[in-house]
Design a protein around this ligand. Structure first.
Ligand code: FAD
Length: 279
C-alpha cells in the first residue's frame, strides 16, 4: 500500500490535511487557486459523514488562517446523499456557512448518475442561501444539455468535465468521440449564456476551443485541472493571464479516486508497473 500511495502521490496530496494545505500553498505560489477535496465516497453511516463535515470545517479554518486562495469541492455521497438527500444538505450547511463567511465559492462534485438528481437538488437548495455555489456537470451524460439549462436558469456556477464514471449506454455516450462532441457543444453554451464557469479538462482540443471562445465572448471563467496533470500547460495558461484552479484531493480513502485516474489513462498503469519493478 505504501508503494501504491507513493505512486498515487502524483494525483493525491497525501493522507493528512497538512499534505493538502502544503500542495494548496504550492498551487497558490504557482499562480493558481486551490480546489481541495477530502476523499471519501458512498458513505451509508452517519458517523463518517459527520466526521467529513468536521474535516471540511477544520480545512476551511486552516485555509483561512494560512491565507490560502481557493475553496473546497464536496462529494454528495460523502455527505450522506445515499442515506437521504435532506440529511446530506443539512450536513453541508455548516460548510456553506464557513465558505460564505470567507466569500469563497462552494463547489459540488458530480458522482455517478444515480446521484445526479439529488446533487442538482442540493445545489439549488444551497443557492437559496448563498449565490456562490458551483455544480459539476458531465459531458458524457445524455441529460447534461437539460441540466445545463436548469443550472444556468438557477444562476449556479458550472464546472464542465467529461465525466469520470462508467455509465450505461442508454444514459451516457459510449464513445470518446461523442463525449468530446458533447463537451464542445456545452462549452459554446457556457460562453454564450453564462459566466463564472470552470472548464475542467486537460484535453488540448477542449482547452484550445475554450481559448478561441474566450476571444469571441468576454466573460469570466477559469480553467480547472487535477493535481499532477499537465503542469506545463497550467503554467502557460497562468502566464497568459487566465485563471486556473488546481483540484487537490487528499485523505486516507484515496484508492477509488486513484483507480479512476488510472482507468482514464492506461499509459499510467504501464508507468506504475515499471516504477514497482524498478523500486
Ligand atoms: C478540476 C476537475 C474536477 C473534476 N471533477 C469531476 C467531477 O466532479 N465528476 C466527474 O465525473 N469527473 C470530474 N473530473 C474528471 C473528468 O470527468 C475526467 O475524468 C478527467 O478530467 C479526464 O478528462 P479530460 O477532459 O482531461 O480528457 P481525456 O479525454 O482524459 O484526455 C484527453 C487528452 O488530455 C491530455 N491528457 C490527459 N491527461 C494527461 C496527462 N496526465 N498528461 C498529459 N496529457 C494528458 C492528453 O492529450 C489526452 O489525450 C474532474 C476533472 C477536473 C480537471
Amino acid at each position: 500500500m505504501a508503494l501504491l500511495l507513493r505512486f498515487a502521490g502524483q494525483w493525491v496530496a497525501g493522507e493528512r490535511m497538512e499534505d493538502a494545505l502544503r500542495v494548496a500553498r504550492d498551487a497558490n505560489a504557482r499562480g493558481m487557486d486551490a480546489l481541495v477535496n477530502h476523499l471519501g465516497e458512498h458513505y451509508r453511516e452517519k458517523g463518517p459523514v459527520e466526521a467529513t463535515t468536521r474535516e471540511y470545517l477544520g480545512l476551511l479554518d486552516a485555509m483561512r488562517s494560512q491565507g490560502i486562495r481557493g475553496t473546497v469541492s464536496l462529494k454528495p455521497t460523502q455527505f450522506g446523499v445515499l442515506i437521504d438527500r435532506a440529511y446530506a444538505l443539512s450536513q453541508m450547511l455548516p460548510v456553506l456557512d464557513a465558505t460564505k463567511a470567507d466569500g469563497r465559492v462552494l463547489w459540488l462534485d458530480m458522482e455517478n448518475a444515480h446521484t445526479t438528481d439529488d446533487t442538482l437538488w442540493i445545489g439549488e437548495r444551497l443557492l437559496e442561501r448563498y449565490d456562490r455555489i458551483g455544480v459539476c456537470l458531465q459531458a458524457n451524460l445524455r441529460r447534461t444539455g437539460e441540466d445545463l439549462d436548469r443550472l444556468i436558469a438557477s444562476r449556479a456556477r458550472i464546472r464542465l468535465v467529461k465525466g469520470a464514471y462508467k455509465e450505461p449506454a442508454d444514459i451516457a455516450y459510449p464513445s470518446r468521440q461523442e463525449i468530446d462532441h458533447a463537451y464542445l457543444a456545452h462549452l459554446e453554451t457556457l460562453f454564450q449564456r453564462t459566466r463564472d464557469f470552470a472548464v475542467g479538462s486537460h484535453d488540448g482540443r477542449m482547452i484550445d476551443r475554450a481559448l478561441e471562445l474566450s476571444r469571441e465572448h468576454s466573460t469570466s471563467f477559469e480553467f480547472a485541472m487535477l493535481q499532477g496533470v499537465r503542469d506545463p500547460l497550467k503554467r502557460e495558461l497562468v502566464g497568459q493571464g487566465h485563471r486556473v484552479s488546481e483540484y487537490i484531493p487528499y485523505g486516507p480513502n484515496w484508492l477509488p479516486y486513484f483507480s479512476r485516474r488510472l482507468r482514464e489513462r492506461p499509459k499510467n498503469i504501464v508507468t506504475m508497473v515499471r516504477s514497482f519493478v524498478e523500486s
